[in-house]
Ligand binder design. Structure first.
Ligand code: HEM
Length: 410
Protein backbone atom coordinates (compact mmCIF):
# COMPACT_ATOMS: atom_id res chain seq x y z
CA UNK A 1 0.00 0.00 0.00
CA UNK A 2 2.76 2.41 0.90
CA UNK A 3 4.98 1.70 -2.01
CA UNK A 4 2.70 0.95 -4.87
CA UNK A 5 1.87 4.06 -6.84
CA UNK A 6 5.21 5.67 -7.69
CA UNK A 7 6.73 8.51 -5.76
CA UNK A 8 5.15 11.41 -7.74
CA UNK A 9 8.45 13.22 -7.70
CA UNK A 10 8.28 16.91 -8.64
CA UNK A 11 9.99 17.80 -11.92
CA UNK A 12 10.69 21.30 -10.69
CA UNK A 13 11.49 22.54 -7.20
CA UNK A 14 9.16 25.47 -6.26
CA UNK A 15 10.81 28.88 -6.66
CA UNK A 16 10.64 29.76 -2.96
CA UNK A 17 12.69 26.67 -1.96
CA UNK A 18 16.46 27.39 -1.88
CA UNK A 19 18.63 24.56 -3.33
CA UNK A 20 20.53 24.11 -0.05
CA UNK A 21 17.28 23.03 1.64
CA UNK A 22 16.46 20.34 -0.92
CA UNK A 23 17.13 16.79 0.31
CA UNK A 24 15.58 13.88 -1.52
CA UNK A 25 13.86 11.58 0.92
CA UNK A 26 10.97 9.33 -0.03
CA UNK A 27 9.30 8.39 3.22
CA UNK A 28 7.49 5.44 1.65
CA UNK A 29 10.26 3.96 -0.51
CA UNK A 30 13.66 5.07 0.76
CA UNK A 31 15.70 1.81 0.86
CA UNK A 32 17.41 2.71 4.15
CA UNK A 33 13.98 3.40 5.63
CA UNK A 34 12.81 -0.06 4.65
CA UNK A 35 15.98 -1.60 6.10
CA UNK A 36 15.60 0.05 9.53
CA UNK A 37 13.11 2.94 9.82
CA UNK A 38 14.40 4.37 13.10
CA UNK A 39 18.06 4.23 12.09
CA UNK A 40 17.03 6.17 8.98
CA UNK A 41 15.18 8.72 11.10
CA UNK A 42 18.33 9.14 13.19
CA UNK A 43 20.45 9.59 10.06
CA UNK A 44 18.25 12.49 8.93
CA UNK A 45 19.43 14.44 11.99
CA UNK A 46 23.03 14.11 10.75
CA UNK A 47 22.54 14.23 7.00
CA UNK A 48 19.66 16.59 6.22
CA UNK A 49 19.01 20.24 7.05
CA UNK A 50 16.77 20.67 10.16
CA UNK A 51 13.94 21.78 7.87
CA UNK A 52 14.32 20.35 4.39
CA UNK A 53 12.24 20.09 1.23
CA UNK A 54 11.84 16.67 -0.35
CA UNK A 55 10.62 16.63 -3.96
CA UNK A 56 9.10 13.15 -3.43
CA UNK A 57 5.40 12.46 -2.94
CA UNK A 58 4.29 15.68 -4.57
CA UNK A 59 6.86 17.82 -2.71
CA UNK A 60 6.85 18.32 1.02
CA UNK A 61 8.71 20.14 3.78
CA UNK A 62 10.06 17.82 6.47
CA UNK A 63 10.94 18.87 9.99
CA UNK A 64 13.23 16.82 12.21
CA UNK A 65 14.12 18.90 15.30
CA UNK A 66 12.09 18.75 18.48
CA UNK A 67 12.06 22.48 19.22
CA UNK A 68 10.92 23.41 15.71
CA UNK A 69 8.17 20.77 15.81
CA UNK A 70 6.97 22.03 19.20
CA UNK A 71 6.90 25.62 17.90
CA UNK A 72 4.95 24.59 14.81
CA UNK A 73 2.35 22.59 16.74
CA UNK A 74 1.80 25.64 18.94
CA UNK A 75 1.23 27.82 15.88
CA UNK A 76 -1.82 26.35 14.10
CA UNK A 77 -2.63 29.71 12.47
CA UNK A 78 0.35 29.05 10.20
CA UNK A 79 0.67 25.25 10.39
CA UNK A 80 -2.91 24.09 10.10
CA UNK A 81 -4.34 20.61 10.65
CA UNK A 82 -7.25 21.24 8.28
CA UNK A 83 -7.45 18.82 5.35
CA UNK A 84 -4.05 17.45 6.19
CA UNK A 85 -4.79 14.64 8.61
CA UNK A 86 -6.98 12.03 7.01
CA UNK A 87 -5.49 8.84 8.32
CA UNK A 88 -3.28 8.55 5.26
CA UNK A 89 0.00 6.72 5.48
CA UNK A 90 1.93 8.34 2.73
CA UNK A 91 1.67 11.60 0.87
CA UNK A 92 0.11 10.28 -2.28
CA UNK A 93 -2.33 7.80 -0.87
CA UNK A 94 -6.04 8.46 -1.31
CA UNK A 95 -8.07 9.34 1.78
CA UNK A 96 -9.52 5.98 2.88
CA UNK A 97 -12.28 7.62 4.92
CA UNK A 98 -14.00 8.97 1.82
CA UNK A 99 -13.59 12.62 2.80
CA UNK A 100 -15.09 12.49 6.28
CA UNK A 101 -13.78 15.17 8.69
CA UNK A 102 -11.94 13.22 11.35
CA UNK A 103 -12.64 14.79 14.73
CA UNK A 104 -10.90 16.45 16.43
CA UNK A 105 -7.68 15.91 14.45
CA UNK A 106 -8.66 17.72 11.24
CA UNK A 107 -9.76 21.01 12.79
CA UNK A 108 -7.78 23.94 14.23
CA UNK A 109 -8.35 25.92 17.43
CA UNK A 110 -10.65 27.51 18.49
CA UNK A 111 -13.03 25.01 16.81
CA UNK A 112 -10.69 22.20 17.82
CA UNK A 113 -11.14 22.99 21.53
CA UNK A 114 -14.90 22.51 21.18
CA UNK A 115 -14.46 19.09 19.55
CA UNK A 116 -11.57 17.95 21.77
CA UNK A 117 -13.13 18.79 25.15
CA UNK A 118 -15.70 15.94 25.16
CA UNK A 119 -12.88 13.37 24.75
CA UNK A 120 -10.65 14.60 27.56
CA UNK A 121 -12.60 13.23 30.51
CA UNK A 122 -13.62 9.81 29.08
CA UNK A 123 -10.00 9.18 28.02
CA UNK A 124 -8.36 10.53 31.20
CA UNK A 125 -6.03 8.22 33.14
CA UNK A 126 -8.69 7.87 35.83
CA UNK A 127 -11.47 6.91 33.40
CA UNK A 128 -9.49 4.42 31.33
CA UNK A 129 -8.28 2.69 34.52
CA UNK A 130 -11.66 0.93 34.63
CA UNK A 131 -10.61 -0.97 31.46
CA UNK A 132 -7.57 -2.50 33.15
CA UNK A 133 -9.17 -5.84 34.15
CA UNK A 134 -10.53 -6.31 30.62
CA UNK A 135 -7.12 -5.54 29.07
CA UNK A 136 -5.47 -8.01 31.46
CA UNK A 137 -7.98 -10.74 30.64
CA UNK A 138 -7.60 -10.17 26.88
CA UNK A 139 -3.79 -10.19 27.12
CA UNK A 140 -3.82 -13.46 29.04
CA UNK A 141 -6.24 -15.06 26.62
CA UNK A 142 -3.87 -14.21 23.76
CA UNK A 143 -0.82 -15.46 25.68
CA UNK A 144 -2.67 -18.73 26.50
CA UNK A 145 -2.97 -19.45 22.78
CA UNK A 146 0.79 -19.30 22.08
CA UNK A 147 2.61 -20.04 25.34
CA UNK A 148 3.02 -23.81 24.97
CA UNK A 149 4.12 -23.62 21.34
CA UNK A 150 7.39 -21.88 22.19
CA UNK A 151 6.96 -19.41 19.35
CA UNK A 152 4.54 -16.90 17.87
CA UNK A 153 4.04 -14.43 15.07
CA UNK A 154 3.83 -11.56 17.52
CA UNK A 155 2.18 -9.10 15.11
CA UNK A 156 -0.83 -11.21 14.15
CA UNK A 157 -1.06 -13.34 17.31
CA UNK A 158 -0.87 -10.57 19.91
CA UNK A 159 -0.27 -7.01 18.73
CA UNK A 160 -3.14 -6.79 16.22
CA UNK A 161 -5.96 -8.39 18.22
CA UNK A 162 -5.35 -6.48 21.44
CA UNK A 163 -6.17 -2.88 20.44
CA UNK A 164 -9.13 -3.94 18.28
CA UNK A 165 -10.77 -5.83 21.10
CA UNK A 166 -10.15 -2.91 23.39
CA UNK A 167 -11.63 -0.41 20.95
CA UNK A 168 -14.78 -2.50 20.74
CA UNK A 169 -15.07 -2.53 24.52
CA UNK A 170 -14.48 1.22 24.74
CA UNK A 171 -16.95 2.03 22.01
CA UNK A 172 -19.50 -0.39 23.44
CA UNK A 173 -19.60 -2.56 20.33
CA UNK A 174 -20.98 -6.08 20.55
CA UNK A 175 -18.15 -8.52 21.12
CA UNK A 176 -20.07 -11.22 19.26
CA UNK A 177 -18.88 -9.35 16.15
CA UNK A 178 -15.30 -9.51 17.32
CA UNK A 179 -14.05 -11.96 14.68
CA UNK A 180 -15.58 -9.91 11.87
CA UNK A 181 -14.25 -6.63 13.24
CA UNK A 182 -10.83 -8.10 13.87
CA UNK A 183 -10.65 -9.15 10.25
CA UNK A 184 -11.73 -5.69 9.09
CA UNK A 185 -9.27 -4.00 11.42
CA UNK A 186 -6.45 -6.23 10.18
CA UNK A 187 -7.36 -5.22 6.60
CA UNK A 188 -7.57 -1.56 7.59
CA UNK A 189 -4.22 -1.47 9.35
CA UNK A 190 -2.36 -3.99 7.20
CA UNK A 191 0.52 -2.25 5.49
CA UNK A 192 0.33 -4.62 2.53
CA UNK A 193 -3.33 -4.24 1.56
CA UNK A 194 -4.03 -2.25 -1.65
CA UNK A 195 -5.65 1.22 -1.43
CA UNK A 196 -8.95 0.13 -3.04
CA UNK A 197 -9.42 -2.70 -0.55
CA UNK A 198 -8.45 -0.40 2.28
CA UNK A 199 -11.05 2.18 1.19
CA UNK A 200 -13.68 -0.56 0.89
CA UNK A 201 -12.74 -1.81 4.37
CA UNK A 202 -13.19 1.66 5.83
CA UNK A 203 -16.62 1.91 4.25
CA UNK A 204 -17.53 -1.35 5.91
CA UNK A 205 -16.14 -0.22 9.28
CA UNK A 206 -17.96 3.12 8.98
CA UNK A 207 -21.16 1.13 8.31
CA UNK A 208 -20.72 -0.89 11.50
CA UNK A 209 -19.85 2.22 13.53
CA UNK A 210 -22.93 3.95 12.07
CA UNK A 211 -25.10 1.06 13.30
CA UNK A 212 -23.65 1.42 16.80
CA UNK A 213 -24.22 5.19 16.78
CA UNK A 214 -27.85 4.71 15.68
CA UNK A 215 -28.42 2.10 18.37
CA UNK A 216 -27.03 4.46 21.04
CA UNK A 217 -29.16 7.30 19.69
CA UNK A 218 -32.15 5.09 20.57
CA UNK A 219 -30.78 3.94 23.90
CA UNK A 220 -27.67 5.12 25.78
CA UNK A 221 -25.28 2.57 27.33
CA UNK A 222 -22.19 2.90 29.51
CA UNK A 223 -19.72 3.54 26.67
CA UNK A 224 -17.83 6.27 24.86
CA UNK A 225 -20.27 6.55 21.92
CA UNK A 226 -23.14 7.20 24.36
CA UNK A 227 -21.06 9.83 26.20
CA UNK A 228 -20.16 11.57 22.95
CA UNK A 229 -23.79 11.68 21.81
CA UNK A 230 -24.55 13.83 24.86
CA UNK A 231 -21.43 15.99 24.47
CA UNK A 232 -21.92 19.74 24.56
CA UNK A 233 -20.61 21.39 21.40
CA UNK A 234 -21.23 25.05 22.18
CA UNK A 235 -24.81 24.40 23.28
CA UNK A 236 -25.74 21.53 20.94
CA UNK A 237 -25.04 17.82 20.66
CA UNK A 238 -22.88 16.31 17.87
CA UNK A 239 -24.82 15.41 14.73
CA UNK A 240 -24.58 12.00 13.06
CA UNK A 241 -21.80 13.06 10.68
CA UNK A 242 -19.72 14.41 13.55
CA UNK A 243 -20.29 11.23 15.55
CA UNK A 244 -18.94 9.23 12.62
CA UNK A 245 -15.92 11.57 12.39
CA UNK A 246 -15.19 10.99 16.08
CA UNK A 247 -15.64 7.23 16.06
CA UNK A 248 -13.60 6.56 12.93
CA UNK A 249 -10.69 8.58 14.31
CA UNK A 250 -10.88 6.82 17.67
CA UNK A 251 -10.76 3.53 15.80
CA UNK A 252 -7.91 4.61 13.48
CA UNK A 253 -5.97 6.44 16.19
CA UNK A 254 -5.67 3.45 18.45
CA UNK A 255 -4.96 0.79 15.86
CA UNK A 256 -1.77 1.04 13.76
CA UNK A 257 -0.19 3.12 16.49
CA UNK A 258 -0.55 0.65 19.35
CA UNK A 259 0.12 -2.35 17.09
CA UNK A 260 3.45 -0.92 15.95
CA UNK A 261 4.43 0.50 19.34
CA UNK A 262 3.98 -3.00 20.82
CA UNK A 263 5.91 -4.63 17.98
CA UNK A 264 8.89 -2.26 18.02
CA UNK A 265 9.04 -2.42 21.83
CA UNK A 266 8.92 -6.22 21.92
CA UNK A 267 11.51 -6.41 19.13
CA UNK A 268 13.84 -4.27 21.25
CA UNK A 269 13.34 -6.55 24.26
CA UNK A 270 13.83 -9.67 22.12
CA UNK A 271 17.28 -8.32 21.28
CA UNK A 272 18.14 -7.24 24.83
CA UNK A 273 18.04 -10.19 27.24
CA UNK A 274 19.51 -8.10 30.02
CA UNK A 275 16.69 -5.60 29.88
CA UNK A 276 14.12 -8.41 29.78
CA UNK A 277 15.66 -9.88 32.94
CA UNK A 278 15.71 -6.47 34.64
CA UNK A 279 12.03 -5.82 33.95
CA UNK A 280 11.05 -9.35 35.01
CA UNK A 281 12.93 -8.90 38.28
CA UNK A 282 11.37 -5.48 38.96
CA UNK A 283 8.08 -4.84 37.11
CA UNK A 284 7.86 -1.37 38.68
CA UNK A 285 10.42 -0.37 36.01
CA UNK A 286 7.98 -1.20 33.20
CA UNK A 287 6.26 2.24 32.84
CA UNK A 288 9.66 3.99 32.57
CA UNK A 289 10.84 1.39 30.06
CA UNK A 290 7.69 1.95 27.98
CA UNK A 291 8.43 5.70 27.76
CA UNK A 292 11.98 5.05 26.61
CA UNK A 293 10.76 2.47 24.06
CA UNK A 294 8.21 5.01 22.82
CA UNK A 295 11.04 7.52 22.40
CA UNK A 296 13.37 5.16 20.54
CA UNK A 297 10.56 3.88 18.34
CA UNK A 298 8.33 6.78 17.42
CA UNK A 299 5.45 5.61 15.26
CA UNK A 300 3.79 8.39 13.32
CA UNK A 301 4.74 11.45 11.31
CA UNK A 302 2.08 14.15 11.37
CA UNK A 303 1.10 16.40 8.46
CA UNK A 304 0.31 20.11 8.51
CA UNK A 305 -0.71 22.55 5.76
CA UNK A 306 0.76 26.07 5.59
CA UNK A 307 -2.15 28.51 5.97
CA UNK A 308 -0.36 31.72 4.96
CA UNK A 309 3.01 32.87 3.60
CA UNK A 310 5.43 33.04 6.50
CA UNK A 311 9.15 32.99 7.24
CA UNK A 312 9.60 30.54 10.09
CA UNK A 313 12.87 29.40 11.67
CA UNK A 314 14.55 31.20 8.76
CA UNK A 315 12.65 29.29 6.07
CA UNK A 316 10.17 30.81 3.62
CA UNK A 317 6.93 28.82 3.62
CA UNK A 318 4.16 29.53 1.10
CA UNK A 319 0.44 29.13 1.63
CA UNK A 320 -0.63 25.61 0.64
CA UNK A 321 2.80 24.02 1.27
CA UNK A 322 2.63 20.58 2.81
CA UNK A 323 4.69 20.00 5.96
CA UNK A 324 5.48 16.71 7.63
CA UNK A 325 6.53 16.65 11.28
CA UNK A 326 8.94 13.71 11.59
CA UNK A 327 8.19 12.92 15.23
CA UNK A 328 10.31 9.72 15.27
CA UNK A 329 13.31 11.75 14.06
CA UNK A 330 12.78 14.43 16.72
CA UNK A 331 13.25 11.73 19.36
CA UNK A 332 16.84 11.39 18.11
CA UNK A 333 17.57 15.13 18.21
CA UNK A 334 20.86 15.50 20.15
CA UNK A 335 19.82 18.97 21.28
CA UNK A 336 16.84 17.46 23.11
CA UNK A 337 18.07 14.01 24.14
CA UNK A 338 21.66 13.38 25.28
CA UNK A 339 23.02 10.14 23.73
CA UNK A 340 19.82 9.70 21.76
CA UNK A 341 20.67 6.23 20.44
CA UNK A 342 20.98 4.74 23.91
CA UNK A 343 18.14 3.18 25.87
CA UNK A 344 18.31 5.05 29.18
CA UNK A 345 15.78 4.20 31.87
CA UNK A 346 14.50 7.23 33.75
CA UNK A 347 15.19 9.94 31.15
CA UNK A 348 13.52 13.18 32.16
CA UNK A 349 12.99 14.75 28.72
CA UNK A 350 9.53 14.30 27.19
CA UNK A 351 9.57 12.35 23.92
CA UNK A 352 7.71 13.55 20.84
CA UNK A 353 5.90 10.28 19.99
CA UNK A 354 2.49 11.62 21.11
CA UNK A 355 3.36 15.09 19.72
CA UNK A 356 2.77 18.37 21.57
CA UNK A 357 0.32 21.24 21.27
CA UNK A 358 -3.45 21.15 21.06
CA UNK A 359 -3.58 17.85 19.13
CA UNK A 360 -1.27 15.94 21.51
CA UNK A 361 -2.60 12.39 21.52
CA UNK A 362 -5.82 12.20 23.51
CA UNK A 363 -5.52 8.40 23.62
CA UNK A 364 -2.13 8.36 25.34
CA UNK A 365 -3.49 7.22 28.72
CA UNK A 366 -5.20 4.30 27.08
CA UNK A 367 -2.13 3.49 24.97
CA UNK A 368 0.13 3.57 28.05
CA UNK A 369 -2.29 1.40 30.02
CA UNK A 370 -2.54 -1.17 27.23
CA UNK A 371 1.23 -1.37 26.98
CA UNK A 372 1.78 -1.52 30.74
CA UNK A 373 -0.67 -4.37 31.26
CA UNK A 374 0.66 -6.18 28.21
CA UNK A 375 4.32 -6.04 29.37
CA UNK A 376 3.38 -7.01 32.93
CA UNK A 377 1.61 -10.15 31.80
CA UNK A 378 3.94 -11.03 28.93
CA UNK A 379 7.12 -10.76 30.99
CA UNK A 380 5.55 -12.62 33.89
CA UNK A 381 4.39 -15.58 31.80
CA UNK A 382 6.56 -15.88 28.70
CA UNK A 383 10.12 -17.19 29.26
CA UNK A 384 13.08 -15.22 27.86
CA UNK A 385 12.23 -14.67 24.20
CA UNK A 386 14.25 -13.70 21.16
CA UNK A 387 13.79 -13.03 17.46
CA UNK A 388 13.36 -16.16 15.38
CA UNK A 389 16.83 -16.48 13.81
CA UNK A 390 15.29 -18.02 10.67
CA UNK A 391 12.92 -15.15 9.86
CA UNK A 392 13.90 -11.51 9.65
CA UNK A 393 11.33 -8.81 10.54
CA UNK A 394 10.44 -6.48 7.67
CA UNK A 395 9.44 -2.83 7.67
CA UNK A 396 7.21 -0.52 5.73
CA UNK A 397 7.67 3.21 5.34
CA UNK A 398 5.06 5.92 5.11
CA UNK A 399 3.49 8.29 7.63
CA UNK A 400 3.34 5.33 10.02
CA UNK A 401 6.55 3.40 10.62
CA UNK A 402 5.32 -0.16 10.49
CA UNK A 403 6.61 -3.68 10.87
CA UNK A 404 5.06 -6.46 8.78
CA UNK A 405 6.06 -9.54 10.76
CA UNK A 406 7.71 -10.29 14.08
CA UNK A 407 8.42 -14.00 14.59
CA UNK A 408 9.54 -14.75 18.17
CA UNK A 409 10.82 -17.94 19.82
CA UNK A 410 11.34 -18.91 23.48
C1 HEM B 1 1.30 4.32 20.96
C2 HEM B 1 0.12 4.64 20.52
C3 HEM B 1 -0.23 5.99 19.95
C4 HEM B 1 0.55 6.91 19.30
C5 HEM B 1 2.03 6.81 18.99
C6 HEM B 1 -0.31 8.02 18.96
C7 HEM B 1 0.14 9.18 18.33
C8 HEM B 1 -0.63 10.32 18.17
C9 HEM B 1 -0.12 11.60 17.74
C10 HEM B 1 1.32 11.89 17.36
C11 HEM B 1 -1.16 12.48 17.72
C12 HEM B 1 -1.08 13.97 17.38
C13 HEM B 1 -1.66 14.33 16.06
C14 HEM B 1 -1.26 15.70 15.54
O1 HEM B 1 -0.46 16.38 16.14
O2 HEM B 1 -1.76 16.05 14.46
C15 HEM B 1 -2.34 11.74 18.13
C16 HEM B 1 -3.61 12.27 18.21
C17 HEM B 1 -4.73 11.51 18.50
N1 HEM B 1 -4.75 10.20 18.94
FE1 HEM B 1 -3.16 9.03 19.29
N2 HEM B 1 -1.57 7.75 19.36
C18 HEM B 1 -1.58 6.52 19.99
C19 HEM B 1 -2.67 5.90 20.57
C20 HEM B 1 -3.96 6.35 20.51
C21 HEM B 1 -5.12 5.64 21.01
C22 HEM B 1 -5.10 4.31 21.76
C23 HEM B 1 -6.22 6.38 20.69
C24 HEM B 1 -7.67 6.07 20.96
C25 HEM B 1 -8.23 6.22 22.11
C26 HEM B 1 -5.74 7.59 20.02
C27 HEM B 1 -6.54 8.60 19.55
C28 HEM B 1 -6.06 9.82 19.10
C29 HEM B 1 -6.94 10.93 18.77
C30 HEM B 1 -8.47 10.94 18.82
C31 HEM B 1 -6.09 11.99 18.39
C32 HEM B 1 -6.50 13.39 17.93
C33 HEM B 1 -6.35 14.37 19.06
C34 HEM B 1 -6.65 15.79 18.65
O3 HEM B 1 -6.68 16.09 17.47
O4 HEM B 1 -6.86 16.60 19.55
N3 HEM B 1 -4.38 7.52 19.93
N4 HEM B 1 -1.98 10.43 18.42
Amino acid sequence: MHADSGSQKLDKIPAHVPPELVYEYDIARDPRMLEDPHARMRSLIHEAPPIFFSPCNGGQWMVTRKKTIVDMTLNPEVFSSRSSATGEHSGEQKDPTGGLTLLPISVDPPQHTMYRTPLNQPLSAKSVASLEPAIRAMTNELIDKVLATGRCEFLSDIAEPLPVTLFMKLAGMPTNRLAEFRHLAAQASSPTVDPATRAETFKHIAGILAETIKARQEKREDDLISQLLDANLNGRNPNFHEMLGYSILLFLGGLDTVVNALCFGVRHLARDQELQAKLRADPSLIPGAIEELLRLYGIVCMPRRVARDEVYHGVQFKKGDSVLLLLPAANYDDAAFPNPEQFILGRKEQHQTFNTGPHRCVGLNLARLEMKVFYQEWLKRVPPFRLDPEKKPQFIGGYTLAITNLPLVW
